[in-house]
Design a protein around this ligand. Sequence first.
Ligand SMILES: Nc1ncnc2c1ncn2[C@@H]1O[C@H](COP(=O)(O)OP(=O)(O)OP(=O)(O)O)[C@@H](O)[C@H]1O
Length: 308
Amino acid sequence: MTTPGDGAVELDTLVKRYGTATAVDGLSFSAARGAVTALLGPNGAGKTTTIEICEGFRRADAGTVRVLGLDPVADARALKPRVGVMPQSGGVPGTAKAAEFLRLVASFHATPLDPAALLARLGLTEHARTAFRRMSGGQQQRLSLAVAVVGRPELVFLDEPSTGLDPQARHATWELIEELRAAGVSVVLTTHNMDEAERLSDKVVIVDHGKVVAEGSPQELTGAERQLRFRARPGLGLEELLSALPAGSAAKESPAGHYLIEADVSPELLATVTTWCASHGVMTEDLRIERRTLEDVFLELTGRELRS
Ligand SMILES: Nc1ncnc2c1ncn2[C@@H]1O[C@H](COP(=O)(O)OP(=O)(O)OP(=O)(O)O)[C@@H](O)[C@H]1O
């Protein structure tokens, strides 16, 4: 249960069913003001449904939702000028021309951003006169992002803001999100890209089968634990290597020739592993010490890969 407070978004035991299927199954979390909160989860986890309930586009079957302290459906008019929305499906009329539409949306707001400058920084200047339906998927996505932020909202909902974008466009998107945060805007986004969640978020809410399975800052979720990875010839005798390592260590080879040692990584541990390799004539490549990733955390919690 979340305690009622002053969050940008507060959800308490939210439930949404489609027929007999439960898409959102008692989900609770709060997104702090001025922070970036990411809902991270695989396809079908219930992220879009959750965010659409926050946007007031869908009604929950049970539970409560507060957005900037208000009810997204009953207080829709009050929230509209304060909240920016980037839906997964674009949300721009097919015949609308990029610059014209963005200027129109800007005109509804008291202190909008400069539409032309926003188009330029999202790499859309040459498509300013292109109709939305004639744009590529990535261009449409960037225009939707521009539409969501042009009014300088207090809070923005971004549904998969960088899915399908090329690296340059993804970076422009990430930089814009970082600037929104620096300007004190609250951002709630959905993603199944753990790099995006890890890089941008103050808080990550991992969702699976409509439930929160873990939440915290990326650092809290991945912990201080480190792991050692290296590549070497396939089929090393890991049982023997393990017997040389401190109790509680784990070692696995997956895929062939890729080794992972999960242990309390210390200078001594590193020396033990490299000495063991040397004494067996094993040349290691790509030896590196790293933190667990959100992907590792997800796998541990659900037994499945996030990408699946
Ligand atoms: N309008 C709908 N009618 C019936 N079922 C739906 C509808 N929208 C979503 N669902 C189902 O609800 C579940 C959650 O879907 P949702 O789109 O919220 O997940 P998601 O986490 O956003 O997934 P993705 O990453 O693929 O967008 C899925 O099983 C989906 O098939």
